[in-house]
Design a protein around this ligand. Structure first.
Ligand SMILES: C[S@@+](CC[C@H](N)C(=O)[O-])C[C@H]1O[C@@H](n2cnc3c(N)ncnc32)[C@H](O)[C@@H]1O
Length: 211
């Protein structure tokens, strides 16, 4: 079979940003970067699955982590411009009845996106820090940094399968999970972790070795 032809833009760059990836992420919005935002509906479903903020489980009497042991620390691994994490933190705090329920850490290798996220979270009064970091190289041992320095309790991930399969990413996620960090994946799922709960309709899977 003939190889598919690569289309280039006016600058000679590949027009299709995902040609190196195994899957085409649904709903991509740019031809230059594999950056796709997760919707507000998915964000609310992720909060419920992670038991952060209002959920049927909490309403039914189950306590959420932030009620048991102080504010949750939520990391978006591949946070982009921060829209998802800022929305999630806002959503969690709006259901926390006046207590600070969560703070956030956004990680991305795109410095421009991290700058946008930082500016936006400051202007919206959101308690988050934003770090430029390439977890493919993982030169500074991200898992240790997240657990020991930032005391991360929850991690949200929306990455394509090829990224999830990288040795570095696999090591980071496996160590976080083994240490009791709750990991929530959207759309694509790491086969090396064992799911604890899922929201099939919203394509969310939760990994929680403490449950
Ligand atoms: C699909 S977007 C998800 C954005 C956001 N988490 C959301 O759900 O709306 C994936 C993000 O991961 C980032 N990313 C991909 N590979 C990365 C790497 N090796 N290190 C850091 N960030 C990475 C991309 O720059 C992009 O912003």
């Amino acid at each position: 079979m003939a190889e598919p032809e690569t289309m280039n833009d006016d600058n000679g760059l590949p027009l299709f940003a995902f040609q190196d990836l195994d899957y085409i992420p649904f709903g991509y919005g740019t031809t230059t970067a594999p950056y796709i935002e997760t919707s507000a509906g998915t964000m609310r479903a992720a909060a419920a699955l992670m038991r952060l903020g209002a959920s049927q489980d909490i309403d039914a009497g189950l306590t959420s982590l932030e009620q048991k042991s102080g504010p949750a620390v939520v990391c978006d691994l591949g946070s982009g411009d921060g829209e998802f994490l800022i929305g999630l933190l806002d959503h969690i705090d709006s259901h926390a009845h006046g207590v600070t329920a969560a703070r956030g850490i956004g990680i991305d290798y795109d410095a421009e996106l991290i700058k946008k996220a930082s500016t936006r979270s400051i202007s919206e009064g959101i308690n988050a820090i934003w770090i430029v970091y390439d977890f493919n190289n993982d030169e500074e041992d991200l898992a240790s940094l997240l657990m020991n320095t930032h005391h991360v309790t929850h991690v949200f991930i929306y990455l394509v399968p090829k990224q999830l399969m990288m040795q570095t990413v696999r090591r980071i996620l496996t160590r976080l999970c083994a240490s009791g960090v709750v990991v929530c994946c959207y759309k694509f799922f790491p086969a090396y972790l064992t799911p604890a709960r899922c929201d099939t309709r919203m394509e969310l899977m939760l990994y929680d070795e403490t449950s």
